[in-house]
Design a protein. Structure first.
Length: 281
């Protein structure tokens, strides 16, 4: 068994990428039930007791392992939330969007495991030095939050980081089918994190317009939208071209949709089990 599967406890090394606050318990449970590792997105959930309730809802639907994502710089209550996660039997978390330095001592103190999302090789090294049990390497093609600086795609970033670290590496970004899954493993990753493909799944609570925008998105159909020091990968549409520059965070209207470049490969809304089974076939 790979180090990553030991950390996750799932059948397959396929993690659900957290998508802001798309936290339908059916969706998280569907990923775990299909053999992947479901993840609750807690970046925007500040109340630890609310987290307890969310965990109970997922537990009512599956007895397979699942985890949670903590966005470090965006949630002041991460330490209290970690305690609740531990009390409720969650053993593995992912961390993103911030320095791993302060949170990993707490994760270790609780005897939990953590995988940190890194958008570059130097940040992956820092995460391992801070005590992360693995890194989720997220290349330029990924959906979600990016930097405004120069970035590498996973074809370069994944093998680069694998050469530098002894902890397991997960590839996030650009993967929607078995070709991408196998390519990630060939590059040295022990597993993959899937954002856009699950966002466009049957179980995803995303607005139908969001899913349709992913289906309609072709080659070159996304762009990085800068917002101060960060950037969001968005599907290019008329609203984006006209500019919505007054908004602090894109994606909050019902017309601006975040998604990865891999949208170009997604042509059908499918159940999560079908996506995972095809991926590992
Ligand atoms: C709209 C959107 C929102 C996201 N929100 C989060 C988040 O809250 N926390 C996080 O760690 N990653 C977030 N991500 C990144 C995903 O979890 C995942 O790593 C990424 O989408 C993988 O790339 P892919 O979309 O090509 O599969 C988000 C991605 C998208 C598309």
């Amino acid at each position: 068994m790979s180090q990553l599967l030991e950390i996750l406890g799932s059948r397959y090394p396929i993690l659900q990428g957290p998508i802001r606050d798309l936290n339908d318990p059916d969706m998280v449970a569907a990923v775990s039930e299909a053999g992947g590792f479901g993840i609750l997105a807690l970046g925007a959930v500040h109340n630890p007791e609310k987290v307890r309730g969310m965990i109970k809802e997922v537990k009512a639907r599956t007895n397979k392992p699942f985890g949670a994502n903590l966005m470090i710089a965006m949630n002041p209550n991460n330490e209290a939330i970690l305690e609740v996660l531990f009390q409720e039997g969650i053993r593995t978390v992912t961390t993103s969007a911030g320095s791993p330095k302060k949170i990993y001592p707490k994760i270790q103190e609780l005897g939990m495991k953590g995988l940190h999302v890194a958008l570059s090789a130097p940040l992956a090294v820092k995460a391992a030095d801070a005590g992360a049990d693995g890194v989720i390497v997220s290349g330029l093609e990924s959906g979600g939050l990016r930097t405004t600086g120069p970035e590498s795609t996973n074809m370069v970033l994944v093998p680069l980081v694998c050469d530098m670290l002894n902890v397991p590496v997960v590839a996030a970004g650009g993967i929607a089918d078995r070709r991408g899954f196998r390519a990630a493993l060939a590059l040295g990753a022990q597993g993959v994190q899937i954002g856009t493909a699950f966002l466009a799944s049957e179980e995803s609570p995303a607005h139908r317009g969001w899913k349709d925008a992913i289906l309609a998105c072709g080659d070159g159909g996304t762009t990085l939208l800068p917002r101060g020091p960060v950037a969001y990968r968005m599907i290019i549409n008329r609203e984006l071209k006209d500019g919505d520059n007054n908004e602090e965070e894109p994606g909050k209207t019902d017309r601006n949709w975040g998604a990865g470049q891999v949208s170009a490969l997604i042509r059908k809304i499918r159940p999560i089990r079908e996506i995972i089974e095809e991926m590992v076939s």
